[in-house]
Design a protein around this ligand. Structure first.
Ligand SMILES: *Cc1c(COP(=O)(O)O)cnc(C)c1O
Length: 444
């Protein structure tokens, strides 16, 4: 196949499965290696002093130092940007590093951010404490309420931020409507698409400007590596007068005006050449290899994740010990119309339910499971379970917990790719154990 396997040289537009396997990598020209090589190197020999200077001036694009770019990391970035339909991507050491870097690239002290109140707990903490400390102003809104988004806009609002599928309430974002609200205010919309992945939804196609991922989850897919990424559409007009931080000459890069010089790549170039350079949260080549390997089977895994999640959600919603199942794929879900529009292949595989008997029943249930592992992660091939109120969302106050839809008996599942009848067997015996624990208490 030789060079013909580079997706971009083909005239045919390839499908999602093909691009998951081929985008961003081709047989290594130096060795013929077919798998993506792990370029475990910090730095790269310059051809001559002139090209070294050109690289550092960003007049030529080439490898200098692996904090800023690395060929294995670049293959992962190109594959993901291709799957999401963006102009490019920048990888980071974690999802939260990807978000921090985006905020640092576009915000100044005194700027205002409107974020969904149903964000991942770590994202809430990051904004509420770290970025407030840096004088970024902040409002959290109910992501389902379009008037709340509109009402929170201020002169200094520079970013709207939400998740495709909120955690743990299962809120599905009306991406197009929120993007319209943002754009009417000359402001970008950033979407955390971790729970959907580009297989289930591509937010850029619905008007989002920036997509961020915790690649730690479904993209890598096997619970092996922490990683993150930022993808941009290249369509937002950063020279609209509201983002001098990107449009005007940068003192941190000897007066380079990123938007003017690099056009649609301006934001991503600044994100890499300045923010990644300065924050230093670079993805290691080895982890980039594992995530890129994960992407090859993303569509196959997501199909199985979704079909198992549906089966499990239906089983739970018919069980007498279960109060509420917040899987947006159930017919009873208030998000059904949004799922049809944005997630026609299914609303992912992470959701919550409330167990009858509250905290004690919840903990007894988790302790009796055998296939579901009790841990703080989602998006693994293996099924996972956690009690958010005592773990992932522990930093949140009572009102914040309620706003995020988390009660004392709320249990979060990340449904894996095992056989669904085995998963249902495990959940059924866990519910039995929880009921037995309840009886013991009554008799006490
Ligand atoms: C895990 C997660 C993050 C944070 O990602 P890390 O890779 O752990 O830094 C952000 N958003 C969502 C939705 C997540 O699930």
């Amino acid at each position: 196949m030789g060079d013909k396997s580079t997706i971009t040289t083909q005239e045919k537009s390839f499908g999602f499965h093909t691009r998951s396997v081929h985008a961003g990598s081709r047989p290594d020209p130096a060795t013929g290696a077919r798998a993506l090589p792990i370029f475990q190197t910090t730095s790269y020999v310059f051809e001559n002093s002139e090209s070294a200077a050109a690289y550092f001036n960003l007049q030529e694009y080439g490898n200098t130092y692996s904090r800023i770019m690395n060929p294995t990391v670049a293959a992962f970035e190109e594959r993901l940007a291709n799957l999401d339909g963006g102009v490019g991507a920048v990888a980071f050491a974690s999802g939260l590093a990807a978000q921090s870097a985006t905020f640092f690239t576009m915000l100044n002290p005194g700027d205002h951010v409107i974020a969904s109140a149903a964000l991942y707990g770590g994202s809430v903490t990051q904004l509420k404490h770290l970025f407030r400390k840096l004088s970024v102003e902040l409002d959290f809104v109910d992501p389902d309420n379009l008037d709340a988004w509109r009402g929170a806009l201020r002169e200094n609002t520079k970013l709207l931020f939400a998740e495709t599928i909120g955690n743990p309430g299962g809120n599905v974002l009306d991406i197009q409507a929120v993007a319209d609200i943002a754009h009417a205010h000359a402001t970008p919309l950033m979407v955390d698409n971790t729970f959907a992945t580009p297989y289930l939804n591509r937010p850029l196609e619905w008007g989002a400007d920036i997509v961020v991922y915790s690649a730690t989850k479904f993209l890598g897919g096997h619970g092996t590596s922490i990683a993150g990424a930022v993808i941009e559409s290249g369509e937002f007009d950063w020279s609209n007068g509201r983002f001098p931080v990107i449009a005007e000459p940068s003192p941190a890069y000897h007066g380079l005006a990123f938007h003017e010089t690099f056009g649609t790549f301006g934001f991503l170039m600044k994100l890499r050449a300045e923010t990644l350079r300065d924050l230093g949260a670079a993805l290691s080549p080895f982890n980039a290899f594992l995530i890129a390997q994960g992407l090859e089977t993303l569509p196959l895994r997501m199909k199985q994740h979704v079909s198992n999640a549906r089966a499990v959600a239906e089983f739970l919603s018919n069980h007498q010990q279960v109060d509420r199942v917040s899987y947006p794929g159930l017919r009873s879900s208030p998000y059904l119309a949004l799922v049809d529009k944005y997630l026609p292949k299914g609303p992912g595989a992470v959701f919550c339910f409330d167990i009858v008997g509250g905290r004690a029943a919840g903990l007894a249930f988790i302790e009796s499971l055998t296939l579901f592992s009790h841990l703080a992660n989602v998006g693994d091939a293996k099924s996972l379970v956690i009690h958010p109120a005592s773990t992932t969302h522990r930093q949140l106050s009572e009102p914040e917990l309620t706003a995020a839809g988390i009660g004392p008996g709320t249990i979060r599942l990340s449904v894996g790719i095992e056989d669904s009848d085995d998963l249902i067997w495990d959940l059924a015996q866990g519910l039995e154990a929880a009921a037995a624990r309840g009886l013991e208490r009554v008799e006490d």
